[in-house]
Ligand binder design. Sequence first.
Ligand SMILES: [Zn+2]
Length: 271
Amino acid sequence: MWDAHCHVDDRRFEETREAVLERAWLSGVEGMIVAGVEPEGWARQRALALRERGRIVVTYGVHPWVVSRSGEREWRRMIGQLEGALRQGRQEGIAVGVGEIGMDHSRRVGEDSWVAQESAFREQLAIARALDWPVVLHGVQAHAQILSILRRDGIPASGGMVHAFSGSFEVAKSYTALGLSISFGGGVMQPQARKVRYAAKMLDAKWLLCETDAPDMLPAPLVGQMVWNEPANLRFVLAELAFLRGVTLQDLEAQTVENTKRLFSLCKSER
Ligand SMILES: [Zn+2]
């Protein structure tokens, strides 16, 4: 299994990180893509990826939540550091994409940040296009806006993924028509998430990825058993996806690993 999107660098894992990683490897996770949210975390991601070469690769970006809580000077300064970090990460053989970037129009973030979110998203998208690296997109209640920006500005030829997909099958098809993969997380395990479950069932297998988004998105059946989600829980997401699609766990695992490696050129960056 490859966890296509998680945050094992997160401060919430400060005390438990080694055990969390050990449980991931023991559960059958071969590797994970650790997505960036802000420069302070990029340094922690880098240290982990250098240590766990081949098993942990990273993407760097400035998350829309970080943009929404920062002043304009601050988020522009962060984005100013992005290209240098990406180039260094590529040289080190650990960075494979740009993200997470995108837009979030949920109640979690203030409406007054929407304009800043859009600017930050478009600037980072432009960097990804210039470098031709895959993008890792965060989109919550903003799929129409994100799709219209992607169509207007363009996406990198190397594509990208929509992480923790929360939309309908129609929305998923709009993304795949642009060449973007769709990643499902613990959200598919919620029985009431009918739209997302239908999208997970119907999506063409070549676009399918799976993730934990750990420490967030703890699958509903595990609430009460643990506080934070972790990559070892990927097997539950994978099992649910296999059930929804009526395929064997082994086939789904092979397919999603292949999709992840292809999208992020992981065979090429392995040393
Ligand atoms: Zn994330």
